[in-house]
Design a protein around this ligand. Structure first.
Ligand code: ZN
Length: 195
C-alpha cells in the first residue's frame, strides 16, 4: 500500500464517551441506550422495595436481569456497526498501545473502563480490519499524545486530567481528546512512512 495517501484514523481512549476520533465519524444516536438505562434504573428501584425472598422479589429480579441483557445487546450492536463503518472507510487505524486490564486496575477505573465498551470496540475493530487486510498501528504508550500540540508540536510540561481543552500559545484551542487523537494519527503516519 502507498502510505502517502493512506486514510488513517487516530483513536484516543476517552473515559467519557468511550473513544474520540481524529476524523468526524458518524455515530448512531446513543439515545436508545439512555432509554434502556432509565428503564433499568426504574426496575432496580422497584426491586429495592420488594421484600427479599418474596415471589415479587424474584419476578422483579428477573426483570432487572432482562434489562441488563438488553443493554448489553444494544451496546454490542452499536459497536459492531461503528467498527464496521470504520473498517470499511479507513486503510489504517492508529490506537494507543494501552493495556486495558492493567489500566483499569492501576487507575481504579475498573468499572468505567470495562463498562464503556472500549475493550470490546477495539477487539471488534481489529478483527474487522484484519479481515479486510487493513492495518492497525499501535502507538507507543509513552508517546506524549495528550501533551503535544497537534498544530505546532509544542509540548506542555503538564496537563491535568481536569483540563478538558488543550490551549496552546500558537492559538490552537481544541478538545483535549481530539488533539490527542490527531497526534496519534500523525504518529502512525510517521511510523508508516519511516517503514
Ligand atoms: Zn500549538
Amino acid at each position: 500500500m502507498d502510505y502517502e495517501d493512506a486514510k488513517i484514523l487516530g483513536i484516543d481512549y476517552a473515559m467519557r464517551g468511550m473513544a474520540v476520533f481524529s476524523e468526524n465519524i458518524k455515530k448512531e444516536d446513543a439515545g436508545y441506550f439512555r432509554k434502556s438505562e432509565e428503564r433499568l434504573a426504574r426496575e432496580q428501584r422497584k426491586l429495592s422495595h420488594c421484600e427479599k425472598g418474596s415471589r415479587n422479589y424474584f419476578r422483579q429480579k428477573n426483570r432487572v436481569a432482562l434489562c441488563h441483557e438488553k443493554i448489553r445487546n444494544q451496546r454490542r450492536d452499536f459497536l459492531h456497526k461503528l467498527s464496521r463503518r470504520i473498517a470499511d472507510e479507513y486503510d489504517v487505524v492508529a490506537i494507543e498501545d494501552i493495556d486495558m486490564k492493567a489500566m483499569s486496575q492501576c487507575m481504579h477505573f475498573g468499572k468505567s473502563v470495562m463498562d464503556n465498551g472500549y475493550g470490546m470496540f477495539r477487539e471488534l475493530l481489529e478483527y474487522k480490519l484484519k479481515w479486510e487486510g487493513k492495518e492497525i498501528i499501535r502507538v507507543d504508550r509513552f508517546f506524549p499524545s495528550s501533551k503535544k500540540c497537534c498544530k505546532c508540536g509544542r509540548m506542555k510540561k503538564e496537563l491535568k486530567l481536569s483540563d478538558r481543552v488543550y490551549i496552546c500559545a500558537c492559538g490552537n484551542q481544541m478538545d483535549r481528546d481530539l488533539n490527542a487523537a490527531i497526534n496519534i494519527r500523525e504518529e502512525a503516519r510517521r511510523m508508516l512512512l519511516a517503514g
